[in-house]
Design a protein around this ligand. Sequence first.
Ligand SMILES: NC(=O)c1ccc[n+]([C@@H]2O[C@H](COP(=O)([O-])OP(=O)(O)OC[C@H]3O[C@@H](n4cnc5c(N)ncnc54)[C@H](O)[C@@H]3O)[C@@H](O)[C@H]2O)c1
Ligand SMILES: CC(C)=CCC/C(C)=C/C=C/C(C)=C/C=C/C(C)=C/C=C/C=C(C)/C=C/C=C(C)/C=C/C=C(\C)CCC=C(C)C
Length: 604
Amino acid sequence: MAVVGASKLRTSGGTRWQSRGRRVQCHASPSGTTAESSSPSPSPSSSSSSARTLRARREEVVLESSKGKVWDAIVVGSGMGGLTTAAKMVAKGADVLVLEKYVIPGGSAGYYQREGCTFDVGSSMMFGFGTEGTTNLLTRALESVGKKMETIPDPAQIHYHLPSSRAHPDGLKVVVHRRYEEFVDELASKFPHEREGIEKFYGDCWTVFDALNSLDLKSLEEPLYLFGEFFKNPVACLQLAYFLPQNAGDIARKYIQDEELLSFIDMECYCWSTVKAAVTPMINAGMVFCDRHYGGINYPRGGVGRIPLVMAEGIEEKGGKVVCAANVSRILTERGGGGGGEEGSKVKAVGVELSDGTRLRSRAVISNATRWDTFKQLVEEGDVPQSEVDFFKRYKKSPSFITAHIVVEPSVVTESCYCHNIVLEDWAKLEDGRGTLFVSIPTILDPSLAPEGRHIVHAFTPDWIDSWSGLSKEEYAEKKEAVAREMIARLEEAFLPGLSEAVVFKEVGTPRTHMKFLNRQDGTYGPIPSKRPLGLLGMPFNRTDVESLYCVGDSTFPGQGVNAVAFSGFACAHRALADLDLEPRNEVMDRGMQGLFAFLRGLV
Ligand SMILES: NC(=O)c1ccc[n+]([C@@H]2O[C@H](COP(=O)([O-])OP(=O)(O)OC[C@H]3O[C@@H](n4cnc5c(N)ncnc54)[C@H](O)[C@@H]3O)[C@@H](O)[C@H]2O)c1
Ligand SMILES: CC(C)=CCC/C(C)=C/C=C/C(C)=C/C=C/C(C)=C/C=C/C=C(C)/C=C/C=C(C)/C=C/C=C(\C)CCC=C(C)C
């Protein structure tokens, strides 16, 4: 996969992320929201001017630190989890520094450019970009730093191209329409005998979603807030408490008997949680299966990579700093942070060390790296708390992905194609490496991502790092080519006839690519339960047992997904702000709450 970069310039009118030659134009408008230019154009930043700007940014921060500066919070990593945390914290007046190893912000929500095309590094399916309610967390995170993005509504979430059966000899084809009733009618037309079960299962999902969408979403480990919400909205909170330890598969089996339909529900879960329904938390299923109809799936004009760029700009305009090409090699700790006595031996995070040895100090350290990277790389072995050792028993790394970004002639993408597609030929292979094939064609929604007369087909499929390790350079290149050929052949068969003839460019990434550029151990997509979980109960919140060290992103409650890590960012910011005395808190209740959560996790 390609390396991309956009450097940052300070201008009299605020900050702009600038790329070689052309500019990502985000000018603050008088209203404080963002007026954007037609399309982004960050490109590979190998240019020496970009490198110079990145160095200058770093030196500015290093200089401030050498004068004894202590930040309120240092965020390690600028994925959407880290950026959302920073956005919510600067909005409350905290002094926040975000350090990103890569040359642009965004992590899995980043982008790269080739052949005049802008490619989304991850998928292009964005939840949380609606205009109503409280669950539109991307919209709200941007708003908190005075930003707004233009989005393009997707008429459907996914077009499924699934295995054939006696009932569906030509394959089970289902479109998840934006309008809920249209989707239910379509699904019920394939399984008429299960209409009631379908309505009941998705009905329970709506119960979860409506409850979530009535709360002011913040940190569940901050008791003043949690009791306040219980007091304001007891029914919604009790409904959520009821569903919190449950999994989607158990609810589906209560209402649905048809095994093919249950396999469909497995796929509905797998395509975002990378596990089947039996192991997918019901709270997350409720969120995903309803937000797609309530706020809808909306694509940011100019590409997913614009979201972190715009958010980083907002963070800087509110006084924070986002520094790229800054690799954190260690989280600095001190003992005795608890203030004497029994607490005196407690380990406390006090800052970070960069790979060049520079030390930066802060009152809170927030890691957006995965828990494996945080507690197996950044924190000294002797400082790793037992709760983290327990986490590694409860959760394991999900597979990574093989991705092919393909530029094609337009004839192959017909009027009937949707942006997001899932292809599977055999139910038994749903969870296998290279089993389920995911396909996004974002140019259907935003043609400006590619030159005129071209479409981008982004095909990806889960795979493990092991099958890509130990290969020679030639073997690696050959294997990439063979896997891409196989993906293209499957797409031709499923819904893109003539694809192989229409390819004008392709770039293949593997789990090794993800590991290298996203800095995620084994390139993992995120944590998945090692055994059947009690819903979300085992997922840790943002505080850790290292004092002043927080985690944010998909290794924290509620898990993978941009809108999920955005929630984790809202919660992390709230908890850290309270600990920094920038939000209300109650020490005694805090301690009781931590004890309760440790107990509940012990049950899992
Ligand atoms: N819905 C979609 O289509 C879609 C698309 C893209 C991403 N996603 C989701 O985004 C989630 C990931 O978001 P996230 O915020 O948790 O993480 P992330 O992996 O996206 O970002 C983490 C960032 O931290 C940086 N980092 C790691 N270690 C570092 C170090 N030592 N020093 C400095 N920087 C370091 C990485 O370079 C990366 O930019 C995934 O779960 C995925 O589901 C979804
Ligand atoms: C504490 C106690 C005990 C109790 C309490 C109760 C309560 C109050 C509770 C509450 C809770 C809450 C608030 C929760 C929250 C949650 C949330 C927010 C969630 C969210 C979620 C989200 C998600 C999960 C999302 C996801 C997504 C994703 C992952 C996506 C993905 C995608 C992809 C991969 C793409 C595909 C593609 C194609 C098809 C092409």
